[in-house]
Design a protein around this ligand. Structure first.
Ligand SMILES: [Zn+2]
Length: 365
């Protein structure tokens, strides 16, 4: 077991991964549709930003943020610390976005759609929205030039804040429109903050022509939140959505409609609540493809979860027991879920399936 996967229970499948497997998972062409900018900050960059802003955080505290135990606590407190103390100017956002995209591109992520919570940046870090968005958009363009990765930004609602702040956020997005800003998301703690509270922001985003997605059915929150996100807010795709398995009829209808679910094999909630020996077996994600649902694996908070994109895909195989044929379908699901034009989608489908099959042929047995 590699050190970086040390926080998840050992695979029960008795599978030995060869060097060829590791090379396969690294080389696999990927889209990433579910990654939070503040959850992708390099450890050394966190330290550098803390020094620059003279943040009241000890080195031991920072190191603890980057330590993930067997029963990991959530990462939300780390994200708040970044807003509170570390991000003080737009350049800081350029740095962390550019570094995230460099790290993703090194794992053959060809296209990333990543989340950023503007409410914290504006209200807590005191960086104006226009400056912050421009810095991230510049990082996206710089990374495209330097690493060949394409990327889109998803400003995301902080659901712990007042719903009117979400309406203001969509207004900022409309006022400062950029091609790289594709749609609206929502994250932070779902408990007691169901999606319907934010219907106005979602309505405004849709009316303004933005795509939409929502974290729903995370933290064991009920399938009703998934239903609300899809049928009331009219989201184009769903982040997590695991509790949909508790309502097979609803799952069947979303399978029929081809709704893409961006899932996270290292999700803290299930690592914390399921016993290690049954974690992979009882994880609801494992049942989703059997219900016909289109799932696609992601890192979520890569540096905090201690997982990179190649490892997120590897876990689906080595721990959750999905077959290569299923992984191939997950790759296509990701392309279907990406907010790109049809010509790009078709080109990726054609080229990446050829690449996948060529890479899969290098694996033993
Ligand atoms: Zn997430």
């Amino acid at each position: 077991m590699k050190e970086t996967l040390g926080n998840v229970p050992a695979s029960r499948l008795g599978m030995t991964l060869t060097d060829a497997h590791h090379a396969f998972f690294t080389a696999l062409p990927k889209v990433e549709l579910h990654c939070h900018l503040l959850g992708a900050v390099r450890h050394e960059t966190f330290i550098a930003l803390a020094e620059k802003s003279q943040a009241p955080l000890s080195r031991a505290e920072i190191d603890s943020f980057y330590t993930r135990g067997e029963k990991p606590v959530g990462v939300l407190r780390v994200l708040r610390a970044l807003d509170d103390y570390l991000l003080t100017q737009a350049d800081d956002l350029h740095r962390i976005a550019y570094e995230y995209l460099a790290d993703a591109a090194a794992h053959q992520v060809r296209h990333s759609e990543f989340f950023w919570n503007p409410t914290g940046t504006v209200r807590v870090s005191k960086i104006p929205y226009a400056d912050a968005q421009a810095a991230i958009v510049t990082a996206i363009r710089d990374a495209a030039r330097d690493f060949g990765i394409s990327a889109r930004l998803i400003p995301s609602i902080d659901r712990e804040a007042d719903p009117d702040e979400a309406v203001a956020l969509v207004d900022w997005m409309r006022t400062h429109r950029a091609d790289e800003v594709a749609g609206l998301g929502i994250d932070y703690r779902e408990n007691d903050r169901p999606p319907e509270l934010f219907w106005k922001a979602y309505r405004d985003a849709r009316n303004a022509g933005f795509k939409t997605t929502a974290h729903a059915g995370e933290f064991g929150m009920p399938w009703r939140n998934v239903e609300t996100a899809v049928d009331l807010l009219q989201c184009d795709r769903i982040d997590h959505g695991y509790t949909i398995v508790d309502n097979p009829e609803l799952a069947a209808s979303y399978a029929e409609r081809g709704i893409v679910f961006t899932v996270v094999p290292t999700n803290s909630y299930y690592l914390r609540t399921l016993a290690p020996d049954v974690w992979a077996e009882q994880h609801p994600m494992r049942r989703m493809p059997g219900l016909g649902l289109k799932i696609h694996p992601n890192t979520d908070d890569p540096t905090l979860h201690k997982v990179n994109p190649s490892e997120a895909w590897q876990l689906m195989f080595s721990h959750f027991g999905f077959s290569l044929a299923e992984l191939r379908q997950f790759m296509l699901n990701g392309i279907d879920g990406a907010w790109v034009d049809e010509a790009t989608r078709n080109a990726w489908r054609a080229a990446w399936t050829v690449e996948f099959d060529r890479l899969a042929a290098t694996l033993p047995g």
